[in-house]
Design a protein around this ligand. Structure first.
Ligand code: HEC
Length: 135
């Protein structure tokens, strides 16, 4: 009997752990992720998806945070992007969204006017880092 109770308690805990890691974010971050998805749809989705293997005019951004710049095998990057020589992190993404040419001079992400709002850029990054974008 005791074992049963303990097993039930343990599986309850496992459920808790699972559900908390599935949404491993505070409510505020969750809201940012949702807002980020909207912003992404407006500013990026004409050219990008976050689906693995789904390259459009731009390369897919599945698991972009931590990915080496210009590294997807099935996509024809500019030589500027292929030779950028860094991995995307929040800082690089922020700079690139604000002014792509300042981070990767000679890139072919065009026409893209830049996203002036730091707050909007942070929300898009929150979305790109979230499970919704494959992290
Ligand atoms: C007009 C189409 C277009 C829009 C809009 C656009 N991109 Fe791009 N993006 C591209 C293209 C094309 C490339 C490839 C550039 C190159 O090879 O120089 C690219 C490359 C990138 C890369 C580098 C990916 C890699 O594999 O290294 C990132 C990151 C990126 N875009 C993020 C964004 C984000 C975030 C937005 C929205 C804020 C956005 N892009 C909006 C077309 C676009």
């Amino acid at each position: 009997m005791r074992t049963l109770v303990r097993a039930a308690a343990l599986s309850g805990m496992a459920c808790l752990l699972l559900s908390s890691s599935a949404s491993s974010q505070t409510p505020t971050q969750g809201a940012d992720t949702a807002a980020g998805q909207l912003l992404f749809n407006n500013a990026c989705r004409t050219c990008h998806t976050v689906k693995e293997g789904d390259n459009r005019q731009g390369p897919n951004l599945h698991r972009i945070v931590g990915r080496k710049a210009g590294s997807l095998p099935g996509y024809g990057y500019s030589s500027a992007m292929k030779e950028a020589g860094f991995a995307w992190d929040a800082d690089k993404l922020d700079g690139f969204m604000a002014n792509a040419d300042a981070v990767v001079p000679g890139n072919t992400m065009k026409p893209y006017g830049g996203l002036a709002s730091a707050e909007d850029r942070a929300k898009i990054i929150a979305y790109l880092q979230s499970g919704a974008a494959g992290q």
